[in-house]
Design a protein around this ligand. Sequence first.
Ligand SMILES: [Zn+2]
Length: 894
Amino acid sequence: MKKFIKMNDNQRNVHNTPFSKLNSKKLAKIPPPQKNISYQKNNNSNNNYNELNKINNVKKEIEKELFEEKSKNENKKENMYLMKRNQNAIDPEAIPHPCEFEDFYLNEKNENIFSTDVGKHPPHSITKYTVNETENSSSRLIRSSLIKFPTDQNLLNKIGIPFGLYCQPFADFNQNEKEIPKVNASKGFCRCRNCNAYANNKCKLFYNDKRQRILVCNLCKTENIVENNDLFNNEENLELIRPTIDYIPPEVMNKKLKKFIPHYCVMIDISNISYELGFPNYILNCFLNNLNSFNNPDNSFICFATFDIKGVQYYSLNNSHEINIILMNDIKSPFSPLSSKYLFYNVKTQQEEISILIEKINLYITKRRESIPSIYTNIGGSAIISGIDSLSEYGGRCMLFSCSSNKSGYGISSLNYDVDLGLNFMSNNEKEKKNNQEEEKKLLNSENEYKLFNEQNRDFNEYINKCNKNRIVVDQFIFGEIDYDLNKLENISSCTGGGIYHYKFNQKTILNNDSQDSINYYYEKLFYDITRIISRNNVYGINATLRNTIGIEILDIFGGMNKIVNMNTSFFSIGGLDPDSSFIYNLRLDDYFKKDQTIDFQLAILYTDNFSQNFLRVINYTIMACDTVEAIFASADIDVIVKLSICKEIFFLNKKSCIKLEESMEEKIIESFASYKKLTKQHLSPQLILPAQVKLLPVYINSFFKKMYFKKFKNLEAITSMIALKHFFIRSSLYSILLFLYPKLYKVKLEKINFAKKVRLSGENIKANRMYLSTNGQYVDLYIFNYLEEEYYKTIFNLNNFKECVTDIENNKILDEETLSKDIVGQRLLKFIEKRKNENLGFYSPLRIFFVEKEKAMRFEELKNLLVEDEMNFERSYCYELVYIHNIVESKLK
Ligand SMILES: [Zn+2]
């Protein structure tokens, strides 16, 4: 088979990062000194409005004072000492950091095992642990923001912690964890006649006086007579023992469902910009080289189609291996021109045909480009709909790859700004466009900014329903910094359970500099994203219902399915879910609970896997009521709280400006911390007392706004990035989100046996004569500086200097077991990296090596973005943020 580009796990890129910024003292952020600010106490503060105004004024005052002090003392070393002398001072070493999380969870017996007993606090999602399912379902699948919830909504409001239930129902398990048992339900299920819940490990089974078997429902306490003698007559009634069950549904149910076979429709943009970037060729090769990586290749089928401004081109081979090109030019009502058997090829048995097809598509694209005018836009929206149509028979994924904006057909861009590529063809309405662009720029970063995130376009609603019915998922890969209108097109992916991947870089710079090196960097990311999707155990045709004990109301479900969910029954259906996809229920209490009373949840999901098998997964989870404030705060789950707090705000990006989002989130943290101090009677203490379990909330939220292309920094192009990020936060797992917000950074030390030490993500901790390793949930990145002590090159790589390292990496030799120093240190580093690569369950994180040179001003992004404790994008440093929160909390308590 002909391979166009050689790709393998060892492919690495050389990147040179400017060192100057890191080396300068400017980056070493010293927290600003904090002056004692006295406030006039208003004795008639019963008026809420006055109260609010007062707080706002105080806020402004503090901001101003801190800012002035900060600029005055910018370069004075005494800063640090001033801070330490001050009674409210915050020492960066003393404040809480996520790097304090242990890499390994240990239970009270010092084992790496977490037993899922009711009321027990689960380990952090980014630590390594093994689950032993006892009472609740695995903490990988389900966890609540409060393990112990307040007895009523009033108390919950006071505490100010968001209350919700996180679900990642298809999360990967580690190899030591028991598989989810499969229970054959050919003879039927046992369900509660009152609430329809499935029999589970928390139901009680007993005989009554009439020798009837009675099953007491744990959700509604109804006593059900089990009449079906085929049920629970085995010695081992797994469904009454294990909290998580995969039922194999009875034949009658299977017959009702259409046959599902995973089909992958690959849609590639071949507009001019795409062609110039070598995009179509690259995508085709990614798939060609990945045919054996499909999750179930025997059962998987693939089709390749391309699109430009004129329409969609489908390809198929005839019996003598000649290519047929089928044009679909009806962009107003797109369809698939042939039935799936002519368009799709089996990824295992038809590899030869696929190889020939890809070669011929490449030739055709080149020819087509010569014959049509150089146009840099496409019909992405129409291509998606055509792709959906091609999948309607068997279901699967429509994967759209676009390099330019969609300007005709479905979901066309309403934003008129054009990224100045210097390549755009002249439009007749150029002037009008310019005016609109000016208007939009005025909206940006203003209170009315949300208008730019206009309401979702309804064009796609009909197709979303079609996808969910036919088990189709839509993924979008947006390559480059373009005005691809995600406002319109986000919906079709998020509401079908698909992903949005945005590779933000300036196409013009890359094309002009002819710099293959930097484009390779984005191509590599794209390659891994594609591989991850096709190789995972994705599931399709989701029908999910959450049942629970009376007394709880579901306010929202964040996860993309909001618009189609039936809130009364909490039922939703979605095209598919990945092992990493999650959703979160936002809850409120509408009843009073007694201490130790429980709320039981049961999530039941009907789904189909890549092997065309249907299952019904039942997940059970219980939390407990509690009436003491300390215990409720102690039961808080920071991982879930971070995700829920963010989802609750960004979901309304189209209703609130970014400035408002940040204010609102800060306000909530402050309220909660102030209540904690007040309710636990610590309000006399001058220190900022953070509730232990949620002490890291400020650092995560602070980091979040550094990732959002925030207010003063934001330009129009950032809108696509923001929507892509919103999609990421709403859909991703706790593991991905927490590591995205605060990656792990290790300092590689030679001296010690356990030579890698985790460090804070702040510039002052980065030194040019050290080596660093980071994990961000996707990649393991190794940073090698050109000022590294010579000893490092010798001891680890068996090389003399930085230059030799760079040469080695170009020849793909670095960190190979053979060339690596036989010295114990080099081998140990390799082992350490190997462990980090495997930390991610379900997929292997690839290693990237970054060379950081002082002399060369090349890409700096990766390392700079890591340092989330520093001041960034006009956002406060983490230390400064804590000082700020502390001051407001104090002023509220006075
Ligand atoms: Zn019931």
